[in-house]
Write a protein that binds this ligand. Structure first.
Ligand code: PLP
Length: 439
């Protein structure tokens, strides 16, 4: 038996040996339709030769040169390509190795910006409940998933948490969507004022909440109000698109749909599409200049930032998304998958909500649909559903954590953008069967 340290010590997962488009194949030859792209990672599927060739070519040229001494062609090309398509104002790209590293770097950059900018009292980060920003201690401090935070609470930094924009549970009777969005956005202003604007560094949020809520976009107008509030009080806006970025929602950057540009944007997952571990933090020209004209040094860094082979993968992936029209395909196939889900589960007694954007979709599972009553903790479906789906050859991403203090359930779907109609049918059939098995 291997000495590997598995995620779940009781688990003996099958060995993945090959990839074929949207499928992963194990050592027995069993095929699994990857309907969640792992965790919203594999946007190009599992056998994209253009990406693997780009990585191989870079490895043959030079695998690694420390960024304390060198830059590399793929890192420069990737930065240029991202900025060519990025929301207005973002001008610089800091390459890291994953999502937690990106959000961690963003939090530190926000803090350092204020020091360089002559406002050293600004240190507080405001985030939202029921969010996820990564598993390192800074990112976990920002996150609002109680289950993930709990064991490490004594190690976490004090940050503020306001309500998420989660209309299914938060919008009140008789309240319009717009009024709801403004009401929850205004919690940010209240928190800034309560803490004192001169103490607040940044607000961080996912444009479409992934792991913790299951593909929940904000209602229209919410992020525009958030942007206004940040600007009014000199607070930086960090958008965490680690999961929802890179075409996942049918826009290259999820915030494009909200008509808002952040000061700092975090991406990962789909950026490397699983071919290499890579993430990035995009920063505004204003922030970059403050560092450039100040200390001249972003006081951060990991050994593998800007890794050439990872950057080569990132560049090949973003080129594929842009040149092959895959972002538009994510939007189009997302609509078809949504229609198929609504057809099959729209009236299901245990499916309370079906939501999301592009190929980033979620179903909220409830005990009682009318009353939106979540399953009791002892009836949690996540693990059972995951197992049942897996047995049927479907990889999906069931998670809990919907309610503060109580676990709700949702299942996240984030298949590769190369998805075909036949596979939409396969996802819906297998998910339906798995749900029957699990209930
Ligand atoms: N931010 C968001 C929104 C995420 O969904 C995740 C991972 O699921 C992270 C950050 C952390 O990324 P990673 O797991 O690559 O460290």
């Amino acid at each position: 038996m291997s000495h590997i340290f598995p995620r779940h010590t009781a688990m003996r997962p099958p060995r993945a040996v090959a990839g074929d488009g949207c499928y992963i194949i194990d050592e027995t030859g069993k095929r699994y339709l990857d309907a969640s792209g792992g965790a919203a990672v594999s946007c190009l599927g599992h056998s994209d030769r253009e990406v693997t060739e780009a990585v191989k070519a870079q490895l043959d040229a030079i695998a690694f040169a420390h960024t304390g001494f060198f830059t590399s062609e793929p890192a420069e090309k990737l930065a240029d390509l991202l900025i060519a398509h990025a929301p207005a104002g973002l001008e610089r790209v800091y390459l890291v190795s994953g999502g937690s590293e990106a959000t961690e770097a963003a939090i530190k950059l926000a803090r350092q910006f204020h020091i360089e900018n002559g406002e050293p009292t600004r240190a507080r980060i405001i985030a939202r409940r029921q969010s996820y920003h990564g598993n390192t201690l800074g990112a976990l401090s920002a996150g609002g998933n109680m289950w993930r935070r709990e064991p490490f609470a004594p190690l976490l930094v004090d940050m503020s948490h306001i309500s998420p924009c989660y209309a299914y549970r938060g919008q009140q009777e008789g309240e319009s969507e717009e009024a709801y969005g403004l009401r929850v956005a205004d919690e940010l202003e209240a928190e800034i004022l309560a803490r004192g604007p001169e103490t607040v560094a940044a607000f961080i949020a996912e444009p479409v909440v992934g792991a913790t809520l299951g593909a929940v976009p904000a209602v229209p107008g919410y992020f525009r109000r958030i942007r206004e509030i940040c600007d009014r009080y000199g607070v930086l806006l960090i958008l965490d698109e680690v999961m929802c970025g890179m075409g996942r929602t049918g826009h290259l950057f999820a915030c494009d749909a909200d008509g808002v540009a952040p000061d700092i944007l975090c991406i990962a997952k789909g950026l490397g599409a699983g071919y290499q571990p890579i993430g990035a933090m995009l920063a505004s020209g204003r922030i970059y200049r403050a560092i450039e004209e100040g200390s001249g040094f972003f006081q951060h860094g990991h050994t593998y930032i800007g890794h050439p082979a990872a950057a080569a993968a990132g560049h090949a992936v973003v080129s594929a998304l842009v040149d092959r029209g895959l972002v538009a395909r994510s939007a189009e196939m997302g609509e078809r998958l949504m229609d198929a889900l609504v057809d099959r589960f729209g009236q299901h007694p245990h499916v309370g909500d079906i939501r999301g954007r592009g190929l980033f979709l979620g179903l909220e599972l409830v005990e009682d649909r009318e009353g939106k009553v979540p399953f009791a903790p002892e009836r949690r479906l996540n693990a059972v559903l995951k197992k049942a789906a897996f047995a049927r050859g479907l990889v999906c991403y069931p998670m809990g954590g919907t309610l503060d203090g109580r676990q709700g359930d949702h299942v996240l779907l984030a298949p590769p953008f190369i998805l075909e109609d036949a596979q939409i049918g396969e996802i819906v059939d297998k998910l339906s069967g798995a749900l029957d098995d699990a209930l």
